[in-house]
Design a protein around this ligand. Structure first.
Ligand SMILES: Nc1ncnc2c1ncn2[C@@H]1O[C@H](COP(=O)(O)OP(=O)(O)O)[C@@H](O)[C@H]1O
Ligand SMILES: [Mg+2]
Length: 270
């Protein structure tokens, strides 16, 4: 079966919501509409609006509402930060900025920060050669100082999870190892839920936010995840295993030389 790519964030979010175990870890997500944006800003104080079929953090916008001392609104996109005295003015600016394609609104999660930069995690889960889902990589991504997305393509910096979480976990009396296990299990649960809905799936990359109470939230699931980010980890065995599993299910092509050689060999065998 060919490698599948599911681009709609909707389809993937629905698959997660079908799981009783995962439902509570998915930020409230709705189709983009004026009333929804206003209601969600009232409920959560901060939301993200993003393209249903987006990638690389492109087109992602963060909206905020504060009522103290006066009602005001903020909009952030790229390195732009704007403030408005009313919802209507903010919404007009939003419509001008937004690309003319389907968007969704999502409850905003206050990401943990390091030196004022937000960070979240990418968790890679693959079908292993024994045919079971296995979490094969976890890496942190530290956002560019003035940006609201952590994507590598938007200037984010990949970093070991330990570096980013050490002090946060220590303060909470928790261990790196325990946290790693929590993210790994979550990864496998997400993969099983998605695999049920989309048979043939072999690998996923989950964007996981951790809020200030250290609760993990599933921001999105990628079905054609970038394996190369894991080359940035000092532990080389992580990328090597990712590559090995991917070759086994046919995602990577072997080098042209290696495949010419093996073609010659199998031609000889015929
Ligand atoms: N609901 C949210 N709360 C907090 N941060 C978010 C939220 N949604 C997205 N982000 C930030 O924006 C980044 C890009 O959003 P994402 O949904 O992963 O879209 P893309 O497909 O473009 O990567 C995330 O990695 C995260 O840093
Ligand atoms: Mg993403």
């Amino acid at each position: 079966m060919p490698i599948r790519r599911i681009s709609s964030k909707w389809a993937k979010t629905e698959a997660l919501l079908a799981s009783a175990e995962l439902r509570g870890l998915v930020p409230n997500t709705r189709p983009f509409e004026r009333d929804t944006v206003r209601d969600m800003l009232g409920d959560y104080g901060m939301i993200y609006v993003k393209p249903v079929n987006g990638t690389f953090g492109n087109g992602v916008i963060r909206l905020g509402r504060s009522v103290d001392p006066d009602e005001s609104y903020t909009l952030q996109a790229g390195e732009k930060q704007l403030s408005f005295p009313s919802f209507d003015e903010m919404y007009d600016a939003l419509l001008k900025l937004k690309r003319p394609r389907p968007y969704l609104s999502q409850q905003g999660i206050e990401l943990l920060k390091q030196d004022g930069r937000r960070f979240d995690f990418r968790v890679m889960v693959q079908v292993n050669p024994a045919g079971q889902w296995e979490t094969t990589g976890i890496i942190g991504r530290l956002a560019h100082p003035r940006k609201i997305v952590t994507n590598y393509h938007a200037g984010g910096t990949p970093m070991p999870m330990e570096t980013l979480m050490k002090t946060h976990l220590e303060k909470a009396g928790r261990t790196i190892r325990g946290f790693r296990t929590e993210l790994s299990r979550l990864g496998v649960n997400v993969a099983s839920a998605l695999g049920k809905r989309f048979p043939g799936l072999k690998e996923i990359g989950i964007d996981i936010a951790v809020d200030t109470a250290l609760k993990p939230w599933i921001l999105e699931v990628n079905t054609l995840p970038d394996p190369y980010i894991f080359m940035r980890l000092p532990d080389r065995t992580v990328y090597r295993r990712i590559r090995k599993y991917a070759i086994a299910y046919g995602r990577f092509r072997r080098s042209a030389r290696a495949s010419a050689k093996s073609k010659r060999r199998s031609a000889g065998r015929n």
